[in-house]
Design a protein around this ligand. Sequence first.
Ligand code: LLP
Length: 416
Amino acid sequence: MSPFQYRDSELCCEEVSLRALAAVVGTPAYVYSKASLLESLAGYGRAFHDVPHVVCYSVKANSNLGVLSVLAKAGAGADIVSGGELYRALRAGVPPKKIIFSGVGKSRDEMREALKADILMFNVESRAELRVLDEVALEMGIRAPVALRVNPDVDPQTHPYIATGLKTSKFGIPYHEAFEAYEEAATLKGLEVIGADMHIGSQLTKATPVADAVARVVALVKALRERRIEIRMIDIGGGLGIRYRDEKPPTHQEFATLLLPALREAGVTVLLEPGRSIVGNAGVLLTRVLYRKDTGAKKFVVVDGAMNDLIRPSLYGSYHEIVPVDQTRCARDLETVDVVGPICESGDFLAKDRELAQVEPEDLLAVMSAGAYGFVMASNYNTRPRAVEVLVDGNRYTIVRRRETYEDLVAGETAP
Ligand code: LLP
């Protein structure tokens, strides 16, 4: 059940009224539910309980230290893609031996930092990267634990920007070259080959492409075993979709049921890298209506949240449900509006041609399903301070990141 429900006609996050919260912390504000984070993490735990597994939460989806530490305390590991994310994961208390490092462009410095931290595994995305990692590890006198990210060339049936497992994408080692890359990796003294990795895309609403990809990876693992290259872990990536509008993504259980037979047979530890499905529906962006504007050709609702706060509608044309915080507004007539922010771009919108109950200046709106790829993709465009982030737990809340100040915005800059 969503943690965002109306109580006494006010939209609440768990037991905290969003109206009362906005009066204290201001808007725009990101609000996350702790219970919801824990529930989705636990869903993976239940679905994969009968195989050895680690849920390595994909930090890129929402890297707030408050969010990370809740997940870390509940036993999650971390999937990171940069030195910055490594720093955050360690600061939040994620055990290094539950951290995996993915990404096509790891620098030598980032490799050194991760080797020093003694992480679980590097997901290596090219043969060139294999050789550099080998060199860096040898310089440090250690061996780097590696998996090769295999590009299984399956169509994940999602938005082209977030499809990663097609042969035309920049990610992973092409399936037909993977065997040879493993043979090379096995000869490199600075590497210890322990795993195989895949990730075919994000916001997947069907599990069958993932199952097809898993089957290909398992077949590779079996072939490698015949060459005495022993793979102990398969990282199946992240990507499970969420409901933004009317999507019906598989449940954790349905997802697991489809994938587990092949993984069980391979006898490996299963690693997962979910991001969106853990945090997406655990968060909203709270914004206040500033003005109504009717140009004759179109009606606009101008709000104080903008594309710099939530870029997904502008960048991917993605749909986020928008609801009034005051439920009595919902009884009003519907009108078709664009919900737009203050930024000087026509691409600055949170919704286009949306049927919305008539709202007035000062009304609060909740932009739903904004917990993943929301704040993390925010910018300071138009010199707008980034929003405050709040984590709700029952009837209490914590400001897990204060709103930026103008001083924050110019810190680090100097006039010559
Ligand atoms: N593992 C790897 C290697 C990834 O590239 C990603 C996401 C994940 C795991 C986590 O995927 P998830 O479970 O969150 O679907 N900004 C886009 C999404 C970009 C996803 C990038 N990679 C959006 O707002 O839809």
